[in-house]
Write a protein that binds this ligand. Structure first.
Ligand SMILES: CC(=O)SCCNC(=O)CCNC(=O)[C@H](O)C(C)(C)COP(=O)(O)OP(=O)(O)OC[C@H]1O[C@@H](n2cnc3c(N)ncnc32)[C@H](O)[C@@H]1OP(=O)(O)O
Ligand SMILES: CC(C)C(=O)C(=O)O
Ligand SMILES: [Mg+2]
Length: 638
């Protein structure tokens, strides 16, 4: 940081915000900033380092500096000495990920320690069983020295024989002898599997300068000595006769803010102390405990460790990103490119502050690239509901892949593209003679097929004032089997949009159907023209006669006319009683397969340059069509 006298005092917002006396929420005072923001900012003269970080935007960018004291925060390059990292040696930018890493959920420890109400044993057990069912093979089960609840849960799993033979559990401990001993007590009785240990004891100690100085009060040498003492104690306890066979893990907490050479030194010390070998590798887990940089910096830090760690073939290089900058997923993905082999995170990103990296997003990001995630996400809603139950916290509706709205489009052009894309997908599957669920996926706006994660297509398209004809027609088709002609889609969308605009809310499929019924089907009985009885006869080839008892504006009459088809005969009949109308568009379709199904007919009629649509439904196509004509005629202006 620069001394205060080197800061200039010239930086002011060019247009100071006015201060509102009202404490009403902003929404009640149109065009104003929230009252809390306005009253909190008093706009003193601000300070900034002279000649350092640019604050004025180019001429094309009208933004002006805010009054917030950004100068208080140091960039990573000033906070951490990164001299050992040679940018020209980085290989991660050109690498690709084509296999899944070893995923390790830490919800039962890191996620749990961040909950308002930590999980009890039944909730923890539900989550543990979910992990097993999803196919996780390494699971952190707790911090047994933290509380009796944590200790008891580990004992519960052991005594209930709940840990499958191919699953390894991880227990977490700080570098304190009494707590390490308690941790070892908790794991008594977990057998190995064919000589492979099924328990990892995970030691952590913070290594970053601020933590060393402020929290632990130790310099580098002191901290190394503390770590060695703890690691040595663990190694001795592991050799005790009744101790289960274990492996070791070390996390230099706040690795991302630690001098790389010190992180390397301390990790290498554990590799040696625990005598790591390929048959019994050590896990070095490099956390971004609090995110402080862009993901490329984290990737450089990981690649540095990957290249320089001793006995690299005896080390599993693990990462543990948090999400303070919202880039936990990006950090984990770049870390994989940089040499990471194992990722710790939580389902849907629960965890301290803004959370741990989200394993659902990471795994399904890989899946969307054609890589097998090695974890089963085929029922994402059950996974989400279980996590919500255990954490007593909701998952955001827009959460990638698993949120309630993750596959839903409200906006018209997206709906149109999805609807066309689904139709194209179905056609392509038929062409390839493949089931739709196996055919290659290329539907606009949907990175994966929602059906792959157990979602139906029903919630893909939802209608509000942002929606267009395509989406509205899609819903009427999906829920009511209607196949509206394009021009009718346009006609109906106008009405639906007006309703959505007026009410400012979503229109449900049932409401759309009711609007459709009222507007296009019901006028057959509700208008100036009603038919009480009618019949058609084919009087000669290409000649049809239409006979009807009808009422015109309440006056009963009967009439007869001919035409080259039944509908032409009907319009001739109507013209004969003074109701002129020309049919300009017609279509019909069966609603279901089979002889007993309903047919729907759509008819557009025109009079004096004005058009209107009507629809009819009946088991007889002819009756449906006649009804559609009458409905359309009744909708013409009188
Ligand atoms: C990034 C992470 O997620 S780390 C995991 C964090 N998880 C948790 O903290 C949840 C469980 N923790 C706990 O239940 C408690 O903190 C306990 C049981 C571990 C310790 O409790 P207490 O003895 O009461 O200590 P307290 O929590 O007040 O303070 C932590 C102490 O541990 C020290 N400490 C912090 N990290 C470590 C570490 N990795 N190894 C050794 N000591 C450590 C601190 O310097 C402090 O020491 P001091 O009391 O001499 O100043
Ligand atoms: C792995 C441990 C120490 C952790 O949770 C963190 O650093 O965030
Ligand atoms: Mg953590």
């Amino acid at each position: 940081m620069l001394p205060v006298d080197q800061y200039d005092r010239a930086e002011r917002p060019t247009t100071p915000m006015s201060v509102h006396s009202s404490r009403l929420p902003a929404a009640t005072v149109p065009g104003t900033a929230p009252a809390s923001l306005a009253t909190a900012v008093s706009f003193p003269t601000l300070i900034r380092p002279r000649g350092t970080r640019p604050t004025h935007a180019p001429a094309w960018n009208p933004q002006r500096p805010s009054s917030m004291p950004h100068q208080r925060y140091e960039p990573i390059h000033e906070r951490v000495d990164l001299p050992g990292i040679d940018p020209s040696a980085r290989s991660w930018p050109t690498r690709r990920v084509d296999t899944a890493p070893l995923w390790v959920p830490v919800d039962l420890r890191d996620g749990n320690q961040a909950l308002r109400e930590p999980m009890d044993t039944p909730r923890k057990r539900t989550m543990f069983d979910l992990f097993v069912a999803m196919g996780f093979k390494e699971i952190e089960i707790g911090y047994p020295s933290a509380s009796q609840t944590d200790f008891d849960f580990v004992r519960h799993l052991v005594e209930d024989d709940a840990i499958p033979p191919d699953v390894t559990v991880v227990v977490f401990t700080p570098a304190r002898r009494d707590l390490i001993e308690r941790t070892f007590e908790s794991i008594a009785g977990i057998p190995s599997n064919d000589g492979m240990p099924r328990v990892v004891v995970h030691l952590y100690v913070a290594t970053a300068p601020v933590w060393r100085q402020v929290v632990l009060g130790r310099d580098r040498a002191d901290l190394l000595a503390l770590a060695r003492d703890a690691g040595g104690h663990m190694a001795r306890l592991a050799e005790a006769p009744h101790c289960p066979d274990v492996r070791f893990q070390f996390s230099p907490e706040v690795f991302n803010a630690t001098e790389p050479d010190f992180a390397l030194e301390i990790c290498n010390a554990f590799t040696e102390l625990w005598d790591a070998c390929p048959q019994r590798p050590v896990i070095h887990n490099l956390p971004a405990t609090v995110e402080i940089s862009t993901p490329n910096i984290y990737a450089d830090q990981i690649e540095y460790m990957h290249r320089n760690l001793d006995r690299r073939d005896s080390v599993i290089l693990s990462v543990h990103p948090h999400n303070d900058r919202g880039t936990g997923v990006a950090c984990a993905e770049l870390a994989l490119l940089a040499g990471a082999q194992r990722i710790e995170g939580c389902l849907f990103g629960n965890g301290e502050r803004t959370g741990n990296v989200d394993l659902v997003t990471l795994a399904l990001n890989l899946y969307s690239q054609g890589v097998n995630p090695m974890i089963d996400f085929s029922d994402i809603d059950v996974i989400r509901e279980t996590v919500e139950h255990c954490n007593r916290m909701p998952v955001h509706p827009r959460h990638p892949y698993g949120g309630e709205l993750a596959y839903t489009a409200f906006s018209g052009t997206h709906q149109d593209a999805i609807s066309k894309g689904l139709a194209h997908h179905a056609a392509r599957a038929t062409e390839l003679a493949a089931p739709a669920g196996r055919a290659p996926w290329a539907v606009p706006y949907l990175p994966i097929d929602p059906a792959d994660v157990g979602r139906t297509y029903e919630a893909l398209i939802r209608v509000n004032s942002q929606s267009g004809k395509g989406g509205i027609a899609h819903l009427l088709n999906l829920h009511h089997g209607l196949q509206l002609p394009r021009s009718l889609q346009v006609d109906f969308a106008r009405v639906a949009q007006q309703a959505a605009d007026r009410d400012g809310r979503e229109l449900m499929p049932k409401e759309l159907w009711e609007m459709f019924q009222t507007r296009y089907l019901a006028p057959v009985h509700d208008g100036p023209v009603t038919l009480s009885a009618w019949r058609t006869t084919e009087t000669a080839a290409g000649e049809h006669e239409f006979t009807a008892e009808l009422s015109i504006s309440g006056i009963e009459t009967s009439a007869k006319a001919t035409g080259n088809g039944p509908l032409a005969a009907l319009t001739a009949l109507l013209a004969g009683v003074g109701v002129e109308a020309e049919i300009v568009a017609y279509s019909e379709h069966a609603m279901e397969r089979g002889g007993t199904s309903l047919a729907t007919a759509y008819v557009q009629v025109s009079r004096n340059g004005t058009d209107s649509w009507g629809a009819g439904q009946d088991t007889s196509v002819l009756t449906a069509s006649v009804n559609a004509v009458i409905a359309a005629v009744n909708r013409l202006p009188r």
